[in-house]
Design a binder for this molecule. Structure first.
Ligand SMILES: O=P(O)(O)OC[C@H]1O[C@H](OP(=O)(O)OP(=O)(O)O)[C@H](O)[C@@H]1O
Ligand SMILES: O=c1cc[nH]c(=O)[nH]1
Ligand SMILES: [Mg+2]
Length: 209
């Protein structure tokens, strides 16, 4: 069964408070999304396995710990997920980056796929799928289904704002995927937007409408 981790770190909560404000402009919004992603990445990578290796410091021989085995990949769901990539890479710089392009049809709320480019060895990597918003869960569930079809085995999903509906859908459709959530909001409105949410994350990151 997947675990759902809701972040309680005060820095994350403070920064989410600022991006919710309608007067926060694209420049600050982008910067904050990146900072939140970095802080969430720190928490989401807590369970990575370590192994001991022998080294020599300038003083003597020593045993140190390094990350074991699996290499990492970050996979943003376009467009809004792109805003989280830089923050993730700032602390896991050796990760490769795949891209999955999905947009949500405004009428049906169903995800429409338009792009997919993944590292060749995605099956051997531990994958962090990132998207600031988990609303109905349709986009995240479809992206993870695609990754599984391409052979990915160990997948995590990270979002900044989640609706309860999206969390439930992910637990049901992908019970093997751990979910890291910046904040769990109240509900979806009749247009499928998260309440109170922060509006359309992609538009706010890129200054479109
Ligand atoms: O959980 P869901 O109901 O699928 O909604 C969430 C999706 O909607 C947004 O993308 P959007 O379709 O606005 O595309 P964009 O990132 O290009 O703006 C968001 O970034 C998620 O990908
Ligand atoms: O509230 C929402 C729901 C889906 N996508 C967004 O960007 N915001
Ligand atoms: Mg959008």
């Amino acid at each position: 069964m997947s675990k759902v981790v809701v972040m309680d770190h005060p820095l994350i909560q403070h920064k989410i408070g600022i991006i919710r404000k309608k007067e926060t402009g694209s420049k600050d919004f982008r910067q904050l999304i990146s900072e939140i992603a970095m802080l969430m990445c720190y928490e989401a990578t807590r369970d990575l396995k370590l192994e001991e290796i022998d080294i020599e410091t300038p003083i003597c021989k020593a045993v140190v710990k390094e990350l074991k085995g699996k290499k990492l990949a970050v996979v943003p769901i376009l467009r809004a997920g792109l805003g989280m990539v830089e923050g993730m890479l700032s602390i896991i710089p050796a990760a490769k980056v795949g891209h999955i392009g999905l947009y949500r049809d405004p009428e049906t709320l169903e995800p429409v796929e338009y792009y997919c480019k993944l590292p060749e060895d995605i099956a051997e990597r531990e994958v962090y799928v990132v998207d600031p918003m988990l609303a109905t869960g349709g986009s995240a569930a479809a992206a993870i289904e695609l990754l599984k079809q391409k052979g990915a085995k160990k997948i995590h999903f990270m979002c900044i704002v989640a609706a309860p509906e999206g969390i439930e859908r992910m637990k049901k459709e992908h019970p093997d995927v751990d979910i890291y959530v910046g904040t769990r909001d109240e509900k979806l409105n009749s247009h499928g937007y998260i309440v109170p949410g922060l509006g359309d994350a992609g538009d706010r990151i890129f200054g479109t409408k």
